[in-house]
Design a protein around this ligand. Structure first.
Ligand code: SF4
Length: 86
């Protein structure tokens, strides 16, 4: 499995790089999505492909949830439309 084409520029990793509480989830998401079998299901990738990488909220997780301790209330409507239905 090739790494996701956005891997080196995906701002979520840079944003939380110094936050020890996010280390484990980022490691898991990276292995599962960025370098793994769920890459095609990544919601960050879906938003980047549809709206451009600059439109991906930094706290949007690959599974469509907001990063632990954050909320997605302020995400733009065009991003929300691409999220998985609850
Ligand atoms: S989080 Fe998603 S968009 Fe970002 S590098 Fe990983 S698979 Fe690609």
């Amino acid at each position: 499995m090739s790494d996701c084409p956005y891997y080196t520029t995906c701002n979520m990793f840079k944003e939380y790089a110094n936050d020890k509480t996010k280390e484990a989830p980022l490691f898991i998401f990276s292995n599962l999505y960025c370098k793994g079998p769920s890459q095609a299901k990544c919601i960050r990738k879906k938003v980047a492909d549809s709206l451009g990488q600059e439109s991906v909220p930094v706290n949007l997780l690959p599974n469509g949830q907001a990063m632990i301790g954050t909320k997605g209330d302020g995400w733009p409507e065009d991003v929300k439309k691409l999220l998985p239905k609850a």
